[in-house]
Design a binder for this molecule. Structure first.
Ligand SMILES: *Cc1c(COP(=O)(O)O)cnc(C)c1O
Length: 453
């Protein structure tokens, strides 16, 4: 058994700037459109929803954006995060490949989400906001914003997808411990929630519905804004701290990745590790093959349309161009709750169109098997979402063995699975299936895409 190989950075190596890939795009992102007029929106249209500093980041094309000192000070609690070489996994797979993983499970909530939660809470606080509303699927994002709210003395209101609210009572207790309010969605608190309940009293909810409720609550009060945990440009920007650190750590290791892998729900952890590497390539350098991995029953990049769509079910959000399964699509229940979103980040969708990344999908059973194989070798049980990246990394390493080639594989281990024991228990008991999404429902959701002139 070989030693643990770990690459740590000093505190002074914690990045001072986030990296904004918009500065290096060969073609700009398609405009965000107003849902009524279908005209490009301006910052003032978003002002009821987000703090102005966040809106400026959303549309910025400056390459480097300074990380405010209070945010860096909070980052220092868990950052720089370690990069590991998975030597024991390499041995178990008997592969010539070198496998590295960046570990974001060292944050207080056990995932990458606090990287943007503390930044968003900071900007809200600076602008005198008293309350933030948000949605959460599996509970990771709600937990991270609850934590950030406690740091910056903000009231946090979390609409949690009802099926998760019922399945994961510990998540709610976690959020409430930090002083947040956690409401099962659809709820009676909003018009969006009430109209869904009137039609479907037994609705188990979806991220799209929970977003509608959180947005509706935010626009009703002047002291309240909305926070989103993925998808938007500013969220992806905040997560680039992951890839910026990893870039330095790979230099410490004396290697450059040939293959870079991340799992994609809305795309933020993937963008976080990948964008600094893609950016170097866009500026004329060389770079790794980039692989985005998604669940086969919510296959946004591999089966969705690249089209203008809403971010939510009640159609309160602006229209963004992205890979989408249709805003009314509700994926079957599966355990990587963080990956159950109908759309993909516009920046990632755009880069996929430009040929800068490839996408693939896996079923949940093969991902759990990969996660357990990883855990036995490396000692960390991954979050069910992260298992998708683990599975792709193992597949690439096995390919190296079969083909007799050496490759350096890097992936983002975006969170640990210590809050997801129900999922592992269900897997071990044989109670999980690879349930296919409903083709008819997907076709219907896609045919309902808004027509944009
Ligand atoms: C939320 C979450 C995801 C999915 O979100 P992205 O924005 O795609 O990163 C993936 N993994 C974990 C551990 C999460 O908490």
């Amino acid at each position: 058994m070989s030693d643990c190989v770990k690459y740590l950075l000093d505190e002074q190596d914690l990045p001072r700037y986030w990296y904004n890939i918009a500065a290096d795009l060969p073609q700009p992102l398609p405009a965000v459109l107003h849902p009524g007029t279908q005209q490009p929106i301006g910052p003032e249209d978003l002002a009821p929803l987000f703090p102005m500093a966040v809106i400026e980041q959303e549309v910025s094309t400056e390459r480097e954006i300074e990380i405010p000192q209070p945010v860096r000070d909070l980052y220092r609690q868990w950052r720089p995060a370690p990069l590991y070489r998975a030597r024991r996994l390499e041995q178990a797979l008997d592969t010539p490949a070198h496998i590295y993983y960046k570990y974001e499970g060292v944050s207080p909530t056990g995932s990458h989400k606090p990287n943007t939660a503390v930044a968003q809470a900071f900007y809200a606080r600076e602008e005198g906001v008293k309350r933030l509303t948000t949605e959460t699927g599996a509970g990771q994002w709600g937990s991270s914003l609850a934590l950030a709210g406690a740091f910056f003395d903000l009231d946090i209101e979390v609409f949690m997808v009802k099926v998760s609210f019922q399945q994961k009572p510990y998540r709610r207790a976690y959020m409430e411990s930090f002083g947040a309010a956690c409401i099962a969605s659809p709820s009676e608190l909003t018009q969006a929630g009430r109209s869904i309940l009137a039609e479907h009293p037994d609705s188990t909810g979806s991220l799209g519905i929970a977003i509608s409720e959180a947005v509706e609550r935010a626009v009703q009060r002047d002291d309240t804004k909305y926070a989103l945990g993925s998808v938007l440009n500013h969220v992806l920007l905040h997560q680039t701290v992951i890839g910026l650190e990893t870039h330095k750590q790979m230099e410490l290791a004396g290697e450059a990745p040939d293959i870079l892998i991340g799992c994609t729900g809305g795309g933020s952890n993937f963008a976080g590790i990948a964008f600094p590497f893609i950016g170097a390539k866009l500026r004329g350098g060389s770079g790794p093959r980039i692989i985005a991995v998604e669940p086969s029953n919510c296959p946004t990049l591999t089966k969705g349309c690249y089209a203008y769509d809403f971010g939510d079910t009640a159609h309160l959000t602006p229209l963004v161009k992205m890979h989408t399964l249709g805003s009314t699509f509700v994926p079957p229940g599966f355990h990587a709750g963080g990956l159950r979103y109908h759309g993909m980040a516009p920046l990632i969708s755009h880069l996929a169109q430009l040929g800068e990344l490839e996408a693939r999908s896996y079923g949940q059973l093969e991902c759990f098997a990969a996660g357990i194989e990883f855990a036995k070798a490396e000692g960390i049980l991954p979050a069910p979402e992260a298992n998708h990246a683990v599975k792709a990394a193992i597949d690439e390493a096995l390919y190296c063995r079969e083909a007799g080639v050496q490759r350096t594989i890097l992936f983002n281990l975006c969170g640990h699975g210590n809050f997801d024991m129900q999922a592992y228990q269900d897997y071990a008991a044989g109670n999980l299936q690879d349930q296919q999404y409903d083709e008819v429902e997907l076709a219907m959701a896609l045919s309902g895409l808004p027509s944009v002139a």
